[in-house]
Design a protein around this ligand. Structure first.
Ligand SMILES: [Zn+2]
Length: 206
């Protein structure tokens, strides 16, 4: 019997797109004149990483302690984290509008990913391998953790489904998992209803 070539089934995706998009969303209300910065200190960056389960509670505490000892270094890491975030935002915006990302965006993302893997090592994990940070308490570790998460997303077909919320004052990024790619809001109750109401009112006032 002839063997028929069958496409391999898609693996369950170990791509934490949501986490990477949550990172970009730490600057919120992007389309407005007054975007809101949630990463206003290295401590805020570590607290965010902790919430996202990128580092443990114990590691977050140790990193915050390191930051108090080395405030200039911590500030430099925060600045690099924001550069990385804005490059990821540039990538998401390019995908959403079907443009090629700029050379600068690709360069910044490439450098952050290279640094993330250069500062990682492989360990056995649940029958496979897992990247872990080579230095647990290095101030840069948060960058490496985000870098490896982003590294999985940028080479994944899931990247093509990244969209910006259509509400005029939101701009949050989300992954559109609908079959016909019709999702418009980061959250229907938060943004969808609010935007519909606003459009209804502005029609009424004309
Ligand atoms: Zn929204």
């Amino acid at each position: 019997m002839a063997k028929t070539a069958r496409p391999a089934p898609l693996p369950a995706e170990p791509v934490d797109a949501d986490r990477v998009l949550a990172f970009i969303n730490t600057l919120s209300s992007r389309p407005t004149a007054a975007p809101v910065e949630h990463l206003d200190s290295y401590e805020a960056l570590v607290a965010w990483a902790r919430e996202q389960h990128l580092v443990s509670a114990a590691a977050a505490e140790r990193l915050a302690g390191e930051a108090r000892k080395h405030p200039h270094q911590a500030a430099a890491v925060l600045a690099r984290a924001k550069d990385f975030r804005e490059a990821l935002n540039g990538l998401a915006a390019a995908i959403d509008t079907e443009r090629q990302p700029s050379a600068d965006v690709l360069k910044t993302i490439g450098e952050c990913l290279a640094s993330a893997y250069a500062n990682g090592r492989l360990v056995p994990h649940e029958g496979a391998l897992q990247w872990v940070a080579s230095a647990e308490d290095d101030l840069e570790r948060v960058l490496w953790e985000i870098g490896r998460a982003a590294g999985r997303l940028v080479v994944s077909p899931r990247l093509a489904r990244v969209r910006a919320c259509a509400a005029s004052d939101c701009g949050w990024w989300f992954v559109d998992d609908t079959k016909n790619r019709s999702r418009r809001w980061c959250d229907m109750t938060l943004c969808g209803n609010r935007e519909k109401l606003r459009r209804f009112r502005s029609k009424g006032s004309k």
